[in-house]
Design a protein around this ligand. Sequence first.
Ligand SMILES: [Zn+2]
Ligand SMILES: [Zn+2]
Length: 163
Amino acid sequence: MALIPTIIQFVIAFFGAYFVALWFSMIIWTYYDIRARSQDLYVHIFATALVVVFNVFGLVLYLILRPRETLAEAYERSLEEETLLQEIEERQSCPACRQRVQPDFLLCPYCHTELKQRCPRCDRLLLLKWDICPYCGNTQLQGAPSVLPRETRGPVVPATTRR
Ligand SMILES: [Zn+2]
Ligand SMILES: [Zn+2]
Protein backbone atom coordinates (compact mmCIF):
# COMPACT_ATOMS: atom_id res chain seq x y z
CA MET A 1 0.00 0.00 0.00
CA ALA A 2 2.62 2.51 -1.05
CA LEU A 3 0.14 4.27 -3.31
CA ILE A 4 -0.88 7.09 -0.98
CA PRO A 5 2.68 8.15 -0.06
CA THR A 6 3.50 8.13 -3.78
CA ILE A 7 0.55 10.43 -4.56
CA ILE A 8 1.56 12.75 -1.73
CA GLN A 9 5.12 12.75 -3.01
CA PHE A 10 3.89 13.50 -6.51
CA VAL A 11 1.70 16.37 -5.28
CA ILE A 12 4.57 17.82 -3.27
CA ALA A 13 6.93 17.51 -6.22
CA PHE A 14 4.33 19.07 -8.51
CA PHE A 15 3.72 22.07 -6.29
CA GLY A 16 7.42 22.31 -5.53
CA ALA A 17 8.20 22.51 -9.24
CA TYR A 18 5.36 24.96 -9.74
CA PHE A 19 6.63 27.11 -6.89
CA VAL A 20 10.21 27.07 -8.22
CA ALA A 21 9.02 27.97 -11.73
CA LEU A 22 6.93 30.81 -10.33
CA TRP A 23 9.82 32.06 -8.25
CA PHE A 24 12.16 31.85 -11.19
CA SER A 25 9.73 33.75 -13.42
CA MET A 26 9.35 36.45 -10.79
CA ILE A 27 13.13 36.85 -10.62
CA ILE A 28 13.41 37.10 -14.41
CA TRP A 29 10.48 39.52 -14.60
CA THR A 30 11.95 41.72 -11.87
CA TYR A 31 15.33 41.71 -13.58
CA TYR A 32 13.87 42.87 -16.91
CA ASP A 33 11.53 45.33 -15.24
CA ILE A 34 14.28 47.05 -13.22
CA ARG A 35 16.52 47.12 -16.28
CA ALA A 36 13.84 49.11 -18.08
CA ARG A 37 13.61 51.52 -15.15
CA SER A 38 17.18 52.06 -14.04
CA GLN A 39 20.65 52.08 -15.54
CA ASP A 40 22.35 51.52 -12.19
CA LEU A 41 23.88 48.04 -11.93
CA TYR A 42 23.63 48.06 -8.11
CA VAL A 43 19.91 48.79 -8.32
CA HIS A 44 19.55 45.87 -10.74
CA ILE A 45 21.34 43.56 -8.32
CA PHE A 46 19.44 44.84 -5.29
CA ALA A 47 16.01 44.53 -6.90
CA THR A 48 16.69 41.05 -8.23
CA ALA A 49 18.19 39.92 -4.91
CA LEU A 50 15.08 41.19 -3.13
CA VAL A 51 12.92 38.74 -5.09
CA VAL A 52 15.53 35.95 -4.89
CA VAL A 53 15.61 36.18 -1.09
CA PHE A 54 12.05 37.20 -0.16
CA ASN A 55 10.16 35.66 -3.04
CA VAL A 56 6.57 37.00 -3.34
CA PHE A 57 7.12 39.45 -0.50
CA GLY A 58 10.28 40.65 -2.22
CA LEU A 59 8.24 41.20 -5.37
CA VAL A 60 5.63 43.17 -3.44
CA LEU A 61 8.41 45.26 -1.87
CA TYR A 62 9.95 45.75 -5.29
CA LEU A 63 6.63 46.88 -6.76
CA ILE A 64 6.33 49.46 -3.97
CA LEU A 65 9.89 50.70 -4.27
CA ARG A 66 10.56 50.53 -8.00
CA PRO A 67 11.03 53.74 -9.98
CA ARG A 68 7.65 55.02 -11.16
CA GLU A 69 8.69 55.56 -14.76
CA THR A 70 10.56 53.34 -17.16
CA LEU A 71 13.56 54.90 -18.86
CA ALA A 72 11.61 55.03 -22.12
CA GLU A 73 8.76 56.88 -20.41
CA ALA A 74 11.19 59.29 -18.77
CA TYR A 75 12.83 59.91 -22.14
CA GLU A 76 9.46 60.51 -23.76
CA ARG A 77 8.48 62.93 -21.02
CA SER A 78 11.73 64.88 -21.38
CA LEU A 79 11.08 65.10 -25.11
CA GLU A 80 7.57 66.38 -24.45
CA GLU A 81 8.87 68.97 -22.00
CA GLU A 82 11.44 70.10 -24.54
CA THR A 83 8.77 70.50 -27.21
CA LEU A 84 6.62 72.45 -24.79
CA LEU A 85 9.53 74.71 -23.92
CA GLN A 86 10.26 75.28 -27.57
CA GLU A 87 6.61 76.18 -28.17
CA ILE A 88 6.76 78.71 -25.36
CA GLU A 89 9.93 80.18 -26.83
CA GLU A 90 8.34 80.34 -30.23
CA ARG A 91 5.35 82.20 -28.84
CA GLN A 92 7.41 85.24 -29.47
CA SER A 93 8.18 88.22 -27.36
CA CYS A 94 9.96 91.40 -28.37
CA PRO A 95 13.74 91.01 -27.87
CA ALA A 96 13.99 94.58 -26.57
CA CYS A 97 10.99 95.10 -24.27
CA ARG A 98 9.81 91.47 -23.76
CA GLN A 99 6.21 92.34 -24.60
CA ARG A 100 4.20 89.64 -26.33
CA VAL A 101 4.18 90.08 -30.10
CA GLN A 102 2.48 88.17 -32.89
CA PRO A 103 4.67 86.20 -35.30
CA ASP A 104 3.47 88.35 -38.21
CA PHE A 105 4.41 91.69 -36.63
CA LEU A 106 6.94 93.72 -38.59
CA LEU A 107 7.69 96.05 -35.67
CA CYS A 108 7.14 95.91 -31.94
CA PRO A 109 4.07 98.08 -31.20
CA TYR A 110 5.44 98.94 -27.74
CA CYS A 111 9.04 99.98 -28.33
CA HIS A 112 9.15 100.14 -32.15
CA THR A 113 11.98 97.61 -32.42
CA GLU A 114 12.25 96.02 -35.82
CA LEU A 115 11.15 92.40 -35.50
CA LYS A 116 10.94 91.18 -39.06
CA GLN A 117 11.93 92.30 -42.51
CA ARG A 118 9.75 92.17 -45.58
CA CYS A 119 11.12 90.54 -48.71
CA PRO A 120 11.10 93.27 -51.38
CA ARG A 121 10.42 90.73 -54.10
CA CYS A 122 7.70 88.40 -52.71
CA ASP A 123 6.50 90.59 -49.84
CA ARG A 124 6.66 87.87 -47.19
CA LEU A 125 7.86 88.43 -43.65
CA LEU A 126 11.33 87.11 -42.91
CA LEU A 127 13.52 86.96 -39.84
CA LEU A 128 15.99 89.83 -39.62
CA LYS A 129 19.00 87.54 -39.47
CA TRP A 130 18.17 85.89 -42.78
CA ASP A 131 20.11 87.20 -45.74
CA ILE A 132 18.21 85.10 -48.26
CA CYS A 133 14.46 84.78 -48.74
CA PRO A 134 13.48 81.11 -48.33
CA TYR A 135 10.27 81.69 -50.29
CA CYS A 136 11.56 83.29 -53.49
CA GLY A 137 15.35 83.03 -53.24
CA ASN A 138 15.91 86.78 -53.15
CA THR A 139 19.39 87.51 -51.82
CA GLN A 140 18.99 91.30 -51.80
CA LEU A 141 18.05 91.46 -48.12
CA GLN A 142 19.35 93.56 -45.27
CA GLY A 143 20.75 90.43 -43.61
CA ALA A 144 22.23 90.01 -40.19
CA PRO A 145 23.34 93.52 -39.09
CA SER A 146 19.79 94.77 -38.44
CA VAL A 147 19.26 92.14 -35.72
CA LEU A 148 20.49 94.70 -33.20
CA PRO A 149 17.83 96.98 -31.74
CA ARG A 150 17.90 100.48 -33.21
CA GLU A 151 19.36 102.19 -30.14
CA THR A 152 22.47 100.01 -29.98
CA ARG A 153 23.32 100.44 -33.63
CA GLY A 154 24.55 104.02 -33.29
CA PRO A 155 26.58 105.97 -35.83
CA VAL A 156 29.55 104.16 -37.29
CA VAL A 157 32.72 106.09 -36.52
CA PRO A 158 35.78 105.16 -38.60
CA ALA A 159 38.70 104.10 -36.39
CA THR A 160 41.02 106.79 -37.77
CA THR A 161 38.77 109.76 -36.87
CA ARG A 162 38.09 108.56 -33.29
CA ARG A 163 40.08 110.10 -30.38
ZN1 LIG B 1 9.30 95.95 -27.89
ZN1 LIG C 1 11.03 86.66 -51.13
